[in-house]
Design a protein. Structure first.
Length: 495
């Protein structure tokens, strides 16, 4: 069969588990902590002892609702808990507490950057519900499996999308944008290395051939824990399914079952695991130990108010309002307190200069301290003022850096620091003309080169400018000095 005669349309949905940033587990008070001594953060509730009673973590529920609101979901006024049968050693209760027929939210939409050609793509959200995580089986030695139950009972928000994505790149963008959303909202650290976001793409392909459409069976790729794996696994699945259909025309929905597949990161391929179980195999039933949750209008309004503008919208507005590049806006948006601080400071300051100072100086300082810009302890007023006096030429860029460093240790205003340290630029014509004359007299060779040797002119001019700055102790306004040097050179007969 001629592959080029096929019209191929990938159909991709995602199921994502996001670990919520609560201090304690979903139904007990055990701490949620990464890398703790195995089985140290456990209690009778998360160990599944008989007779214990789970109590819902209110923070986990509010984080879930906040995310669901940001995903434009309907929020259920009444939601309940169900037991989902799960017979593996990493969840000793033999069931997972989840939500089945009455999830806390449903029918949403999320806009993400489109794959090719820019713009955004709207992806439908089927539902988002809260459930508990399982522990970890550790297969460290041949023939021996140990179980660490520290993770058991950690709150997870499960988000299920409509199959609205049409390429591996779009799915990748969705995952990146979702990570940005949950960290921005403060509901998750979104740390991939710690397994705090796990992705399961559902993939199949519509193939058009001789006016007929064929659809390959859906496969679900389990437990991907990096964006790169999401993109790689989907790209591989699309190719594999088209090839399998070309080899076997019965490789279509209805004639072949759904498949669970695993991703081999090293070989870059997906592998068959098992035919997918149907929902009834889980034998869901309502958890008799947990009361249903009813959310009041008042509580919902409070959570709605905490969501505000979403990162993608805010990024576009910041480009328009402050003349920032997309990359710089995205960098500042990496945490919400910092972008709030930026916007407040921009009100006092010169936004494009402030943007440059955030991206270069302030970010470097924050990184060096392992914190965010908003945690450097410098208020919006002083940040704005520094950008303003830099943009106005009161201090030059080098002096701005020196002032900024002092601002980290003192509460003084940048203007006061600049004045005290003699960093205010001298823009007095007389003083500057004097320094230029001094530099010309002390560097006759460079003056000669600038006048007589066109090849060396730019270099000689730069050298003279440097000398003037040196004589001035860094206080001269380099733009004005440059102008004075040019005037003097042309006065001496250069061009
Ligand atoms: Zn516990
Ligand atoms: Mn789940």
């Amino acid at each position: 069969m001629d592959r080029s005669r096929l019209k191929i349309r990938p159909i991709i949905g995602l199921e994502i588990h996001v670990q919520l940033a609560t201090k304690s587990k979903l139904f007990c008070s055990c701490p949620v902590e990464f890398g703790a001594e195995p089985n140290s953060n456990v209690c009778p509730v998360c160990l599944g002892m008989p007779g214990v009673l789970p109590v819902m973590n209110r923070q986990a529920f509010e984080f879930s609702v906040r995310t669901a609101v940001a995903l434009h979901c309907e929020i259920a006024a009444f939601t309940k808990w169900d037991r989902k049968s799960y017979y593996y050693p990493d969840l000793p209760k033999n069931y997972q507490i989840s939500q089945y027929d009455l999830p806390l939210s449903f029918d949403g939409a999320f806009d993400v950057p489109a794959g090719v050609g820019g713009g955004t793509r709207r992806v439908g959200i089927i539902r988002a519900h809260l459930e508990e995580d399982a522990g970890k089986n550790l297969h460290e030695h041949p023939g021996i499996t140990r179980v660490d139950l520290n993770r058991t009972g950690t709150p997870l928000l499960e988000i299920v999308t409509e199959p609205d994505l049409s390429s591996a790149d779009e799915a990748y963008n969705f995952c990146v944008e979702l990570q940005r959303l949950v960290t921005y909202l403060g509901v998750s650290e979104g740390n991939m290395q710690k397994g705090q976001m796990r992705f399961e793409p559902n993939v199949n392909v519509a193939i058009e051939h001789d006016g007929q459409e064929y659809r390959t069976p859906i496969s679900e790729v389990k437990n991907l824990n990096s964006f790169r794996a999401v993109r790689g696994a989907i790209a591989h699945e699309i190719e594999r399914q088209v090839n399998d259909w070309m080899a076997d025309r019965d490789y279509v929905i209805g004639k072949r079952p759904k498949e669970n597949r695993g991703w081999d990161d090293v070989r870059g391929i997906t592998e068959f695991q098992r035919s997918k179980e149907e929902a009834h195999d889980y034998r869901y039933f309502p958890d008799p130990d947990l009361v249903p949750v009813e959310i009041s209008d008042e509580c919902l309004e409070r959570i709605r108010a905490s969501v505000g503008e979403l990162p993608l919208e805010r990024e576009a507005r910041m480009q328009a309002d402050y003349g920032l590049s997309q990359a710089d806006a995205a960098t500042i948006l990496r945490d919400r307190a910092t972008v709030d601080l930026f916007e407040e400071a921009a009100g006092f300051g010169h936004a494009p200069t402030l943007g440059k100072q955030f991206i270069s100086f302030w970010l470097a300082q924050a990184n060096a301290r392992g914190c965010r810009i908003a945690q450097l302890g410098i208020d919006a007023g002083r940040l704005g003022e520094l950008s303003r006096i830099t943009a106005d030429g009161v201090i030059n860029a080098t002096a701005a850096q020196a002032v900024a460093e002092k601002m980290l240790d003192s509460g003084d205003s940048p203007t006061a620091i600049a004045e005290r340290d003699g960093l205010v630029q001298v823009r007095d014509q007389g003083a500057m003309a004097g320094w230029v004359t001094q530099a010309f007299e002390a560097n006759a060779k460079a003056v000669q080169d600038a006048l007589a040797n066109p090849k060396k002119k730019a270099q000689a001019r730069g050298f003279l400018l440097g000398q003037v700055m040196k004589i001035s102790g860094g206080q001269a306004d380099p733009k004005m000095v440059g102008r004075l040097i040019d005037e003097k050179l042309s006065g001496l007969g250069g061009s």
